[in-house]
Design a binder for this molecule. Structure first.
Ligand SMILES: *Cc1c(COP(=O)(O)O)cnc(C)c1O
Length: 489
């Protein structure tokens, strides 16, 4: 079998074709460099393209500039643990949202400071709070006990703490949006007015802003929440609290797929497969959230919505362009008029097109159902979605011309001793069976897929994270920097 390209996408027909970038194809196409990198760092590797991350930062900045808004962008680093991206965030002129002692400590060592960092941890220890106060990093407070602890720590240090209040329980279309995080909307203004400030219980706390982060991806809910925060912010200002920013958190949708038709077709065929009991799409009849109950289709696709027409800048535009019926002004206009700085904390969407995960083929076998299983030198925790599956077709990179078998359907299996260590639940159709030593590349994995669930069961090494500096020169081995070698200042 002769192929011009020695790499191609799985599922040439009936696929879920991912959006890819030039830099990814450059790597897939350059076997010499790829093999060099894989041999040096082992399988799997995560490659991160820094110029793309920089472009993503620039695009969000341009959007806020186009609205003439005061703004700050904080990259939510929980979505990817690499130091190189934190460094790049500062170089690209944005800040970093930290959510643990180590994330904060490391971000400070990588060039962060009180102006470009924020602490939003769900659990805040005394030592975290002290580190934030010492560096004048704003602390986003979640509850009264945190106020007590922050006050104690600040007092002991003889310093003041910059704080923002996280708010939840927004009322949208007559219903309260539940969240386990934050102060309830109905109580927060009174709470701050009664207990925070000179001669009050929390006299060492300086209220600098308001914060929310909503579950889900509704722009409408975000607009209502933002509008509500503008009102609360104004109330607090009238009561003498210098509220300067409103932080609307992350959850900005991104789009992974090229073609909406493919997304709709996939959903239809999966529903049909579950309904008819004839599932030839997924491993072991996994319904990915759908199930049959008394002959009826129940449940819903339990994955990230991988196709999104409205995403990133257009998503934010929908939030900011929302018109408040009372004032007749858009939220952007209200923010400007009331001199609020708008802040966002995108994780996933800033990592769009930034990463790929590449692993080596170790074995091929046919199971008792005559399904082909292709064993990869990696495990399920090294590319794991919080949802039922990562619905993007992978790329196969052949390292030799020989082909044992043509036109095969495969599942990729991993190294954990669990039946469910199957890297993609969808069956992938290939024009030829991969050979031992070939590579499989999963694209657009930088947001959450690489690290959020990575574990060290069996004492397997964690994957190597490489920063790809991607200059205009021809691709070379030297453009890949091991994230572990990035020094803290
Ligand atoms: C997770 C999280 C983010 C980032 O969310 P994305 O969906 O990755 O954009 C931002 N802020 C807070 C408080 C979070 O918990």
């Amino acid at each position: 079998m002769k192929e011009k390209n020695k790499y191609y996408k799985g599922n040439q027909k009936k696929g879920l074709t991912p959006i890819t970038s030039h830099w990814m194809h450059e790597i897939f196409n350059d076997q010499e460099v790829l093999r060099g990198v894989m041999e040096k760092y082992g399988s799997p590797i995560n490659v991160h393209h820094l110029p793309t991350f920089n472009d993503n930062c620039a695009r969000y900045k341009d959007l806020f500039k186009s609205y003439d808004l005061k703004y700050q962008i904080f990259y939510a680093r929980k979505a990817n643990k690499s130091k190189g991206l934190v460094k790049q965030a500062f170089r690209s002129g944005i800040g970093v949202d930290t959510a643990s002692f180590k994330e904060l400590e490391q971000s400070l060592a990588l060039g962060g400071n009180g102006k470009n960092l924020v602490l939003t941890s769900a659990i805040k220890t005394e030592e975290q709070i002290a580190l934030a106060i010492n560096n004048e990093v704003p602390i986003i407070l979640d509850n009264e006990d945190e106020c007590v602890l922050t006050e104690q720590v600040a007092k002991k240090m003889g310093l003041r703490a910059k704080v923002g209040f996280r708010i939840s329980g927004f009322e949208v279309k007559g219903e309260k949006l539940y969240s386990r995080f934050g102060f309830d909307i109905d109580q927060v203004t009174n709470f701050i007015a009664s207990y925070v400030g000179d001669t009050k219980t929390f006299e060492n706390l300086d209220v600098t802003g308001l914060h929310f982060h909503l579950d889900g991806y509704s722009t409408y809910q975000r607009s209502i929440a933002l509008l509500t925060c503008i009102k609360i912010g104004n109330d607090l200002k009238r009561k003498g609290f210098p509220v300067t920013f409103i932080d609307m958190g992350g959850g900005i949708l991104m789009n992974y797929l090229e073609d909406e038709r493919q997304w709709i077709d996939f959903n239809d065929s999966l529903q049909k497969a579950v309904t008819t009991g004839n599932n030839t799409i997924t491993f072991n009849d996994n319904g990915l959230g759908y199930r049959l109950e008394d002959g009826k289709l129940r449940g819903k696709l339990n994955t990230y919505p991988y196709f999104n027409k409205v995403n990133k800048n257009s998503f934010l535009k929908e939030v900011l362009d929302y018109v408040d019926a009372d004032s007749g002004l858009s939220l952007a206009a209200l923010l400007r008029k009331n001199h609020f700085e708008i802040r966002i904390e995108p994780g996933r969407s800033l990592l769009d097109q930034v990463g790929v995960t590449i692993a080596k083929v170790v074995y091929r076998k046919q199971d008792a159902k005559k399904q082909w299983l292709v064993g990869l030198e990696m495990n399920m925790s090294q590319m794991m979605s919080s949802s039922a599956d990562f619905l993007l077709d992978p790329y196969i990179i052949h390292t030799s011309e020989t082909s044992d078998k043509e036109n095969v359907d495969v599942f990729f299996t991993g190294a954990y001793c669990l039946e469910r260590d199957v890297l993609l639940k969808r069956k992938i159709s290939l024009s030829r069976l991969p050979a031992i030593g070939d590579y499989v590349a999963f694209v657009n994995t930088a947001g959450y897929m690489m690290h959020f669930f990575e574990t060290e069961a069996h004492l397997f090494d964690l994957s190597t994270n490489l920063m790809h500096t991607g200059t205009d020169e021809k691709l070379s081995f030297f453009q890949f920097i091991d994230d572990n070698k990035i020094v803290l200042e």
